[in-house]
Design a protein around this ligand. Sequence first.
Ligand SMILES: NC(=[NH2+])NCCC[C@H](N)C(=O)O
Ligand SMILES: [Mn+2]
Length: 349
Amino acid sequence: MQRRLLSGGPHAGLGVGNIRNTRERVAELAEASIAAPAFLRQPATVAIIGAPQNRGQPYIGTDRGPALLRRAGVREMLASLGWRVDDRGDCDMGGPVEAGWPKNAAAVEAGSRSLFEAAKRAHADGCLVLALGGDHSIALGSVAAAIASRPETRILWVDAHADCNTPETSRSGNMHGMPLGYLLGLDGSMGWLPRLDPRHLAFVGLRDVDPEERKTLRRLRDDGAFVSTMKEVDGLGIGGVMREALEALGFFRGGHHDEKSNKNSPPLHLSFDIDAIDPQIAPATGTVVRGGLSFREAHYVCEAVWETGALGSMDIVEVNDGLTDAAQAQETVDLAAALVVSACGDVIC
Ligand SMILES: NC(=[NH2+])NCCC[C@H](N)C(=O)O
Ligand SMILES: [Mn+2]
């Protein structure tokens, strides 16, 4: 929704998603300076890799995610925080639409493999690796690269969905519902994937879980994964959930980081599916489920991640501007961009 002022004042132009919005934000952020995670090479650099994948789900539009996020000013805002920004362009997600099960298997696997290679190079260069999706199937590449580069990496999966189907358990055949199924080795057909240890995985935001996934989640919990749903957000508050999740992953005091405490901790990979957020706030996405994270809860997740001092890589996925009107799409894109900046060190004060 655009707010129109009768006359220009200090807040004129603060409408949703126009260029002044970003510029004003950049000017504010320029004051900040980040204390980047210790395992990154100096000067602290964020490598941006676009992964314009849409073959993991049924809609055209998730492929525009990287371009939309760039246009929303992600690079400028990160630079204003003190990051060196190394935009490495987009990976090739090409490949024809295919029949078969799972759907578009070849295009999804090939796209994820090209992201895997690009992200591994960026990790080897000592960068914080930011993957701009694309649908959530790209996590096959980004999470695999994080684990292959630093095997101790912990994964925080923020999502309405558990995305741990396999071609056998999936009812849709859409591969954006399967990245964790493959990464956990529940389906062994992608031989190039390193194996994710369930003890290194935490879920936040779940509220739409398929019947077979429910069984899988129970097993994962027995095997040491941290599984929380929106019910825990209701019960404990997002602060309590994040503290528990980060502690379960081995980070000291979760969301209340003391600078030195996580110095030698493993890196953290944040995989943030925009559909974790309530559709009233982030409507431009393909698999909307009511009852999601609030605006502040979503930011809190990212702020708590930053406070670990251990963020090594991040995905932002499932933004699709083709499914709503333009203003709703822009709100979603702007929020996605702001969450990236939050996770990379933007603080209120
Ligand atoms: N990344 C997502 N938006 N995933 C949605 C998955 C929905 C459903 N569980 C499926 O497997 O088809
Ligand atoms: Mn997802």
